[in-house]
Design a protein around this ligand. Structure first.
Ligand SMILES: [Zn+2]
Length: 388
């Protein structure tokens, strides 16, 4: 009898072929048998036989479809065998949780508001109940969740998952985020900078393997930068903290980082809300800001114009250093669309060389407000980033 563990024996070879085929299908796409042969390097007859066996075992699903313009038999992992994950986008005043697959398909989603300057324990309670809710909504058992990934709006130490910048997210500094989430959810946990996750989601969505930037504009402003498909982290994870570019030291407002003239004191969604509340002498919510801009309120439009123009200038500085093919904007201001994008493009155009202005695509994220949470799914399930 041959020993299946002995390399080169027939069962060992079959096992290796089987693993190779399943690995290619792991990202959830439906692939034709001809393409499977090309991707695995296995003979077409071997693929046919393996697909037959694995379908009979319930590992694969075969359907008729179109590949390269021809009718083909398409093979994909059966839904029970797919890898599911939880993606969490933690903000200073909100949390969004999605459950989905590693290609970024979202099966269920839930959000909750968090009090500003909340204690970390408050957010942990909200996160654990949202995770249970989305998992149940998607009809998944706890053991079908492979990994949990969370984006936080602060620089993160990639090795430990700890927040490294006290000035940016004080409640979380020193909090054992990864351990506590792991204890609460019983799954491997990844913690990453939120904008970095957005950049990963965007690379996956657009297929751009060149350089791109995702900018999250919410309570603060942060950019995720990917160069040639790789995240740029820097020495302490602070790459892309453009909210604290001191673009205008003449400004009267002192930033939460203790310096004057930071981009986010003018251009963050929160700064826009505060400026408009003050101008209209009323305590507005962000939803009111969005409504007033849509209604064409001249004060709201003026404040958004100035904020957008300065954001564009900040992005111009970044673009003159990393020269990305695409910059995509994310966060709650997506709700006002072009009214925001227009002044950002204008500020950007003024800040960069004409050739850079002409060749940089500056746009709203096609993934909308889900960008960071989808990035968490894609990044964690593909193990692109460090896992505990
Ligand atoms: Zn600052």
């Amino acid at each position: 009898m041959s020993d299946p563990r002995r390399p080169g024996s027939l069962p060992a070879l079959k096992l290796a072929n089987r693993r190779r085929l399943l690995a290619v299908l792991q990202d959830g796409r439906a692939i034709s048998q001809a393409e499977l042969a090309r991707l695995t390097g296995l003979a077409p007859a071997t693929i046919s036989s393996l697909v037959r066996t694995l379908s009979a075992e319930g590992e694969l699903v075969v359907s008729e479809g179109i590949a390269n313009g021809r009718r083909s038999r398409l093979v994909e992992l059966s839904p029970q065998r797919r890898r599911y994950g939880i993606g969490i986008d933690l903000g200073r005043t909100h949390v969004r949780v999605v459950v989905g697959t590693e290609i970024g398909d979202v099966l269920a989603e839930a959000t909750a508001a968090l009090p500003d300057r909340h204690h970390a324990d408050v957010a942990m309670d909200a996160i654990t109940s949202l995770v249970d809710a989305v998992r149940e909504q998607a009809g998944l058992e706890a053991d079908q969740i492979m990994v949990v990934a969370m984006g936080v709006p602060a620089p993160v130490d990639a090795a430990t998952g700890a927040v490294t910048e006290a000035a940016i997210l004080p409640p979380w500094v020193g909090f054992p985020l990864r351990e506590r989430l792991h204890d609460a959810l019983g799954r491997p946990v990844v913690v990453e900078n939120d904008a970095d996750l957005g950049a990963i989601a965007l690379a996956r969505q657009t297929g751009i393997d060149d350089s791109l930037v995702f900018v999250k504009v919410a309570s603060g402003i942060g950019a995720g930068v990917a160069i040639n498909g790789q995240l740029l982290r820097g020495h302490s994870g602070a790459v892309g903290e453009i909210g604290h570019l001191a673009l205008d030291p003449g400004l009267s407002m002192v930033c939460r980082c203790g310096r004057r003239g930071c981009l986010e004191t003018v251009s963050s969604a929160e700064s826009i809300r505060i400026a408009l509340s003050s101008a209209l002498d009323s305590d507005l919510e962000l939803a009111d800001v969005v409504r007033l801009v849509r209604e064409g309120n001249p004060v709201a439009v003026r404040i958004l114009d100035e904020a957008g123009e300065m954001l564009g200038r900040g992005l111009g500085w970044l673009a003159m250093i990393v020269n990305p093919a695409e910059i995509a904007l994310g966060g709650p201001l997506l709700a006002v669309g072009d009214a925001w994008l227009r002044p950002v493009r204008e500020g950007f155009r003024r800040a960069v060389l004409p050739g850079v202005a002409a060749q940089t695509r500056l746009t709203l994220s096609p993934l909308g407000e889900r960008t960071v949470a989808v990035g968490a799914l894609v990044a964690s399930l593909r193990e692109q980033i460090v896992m505990s």
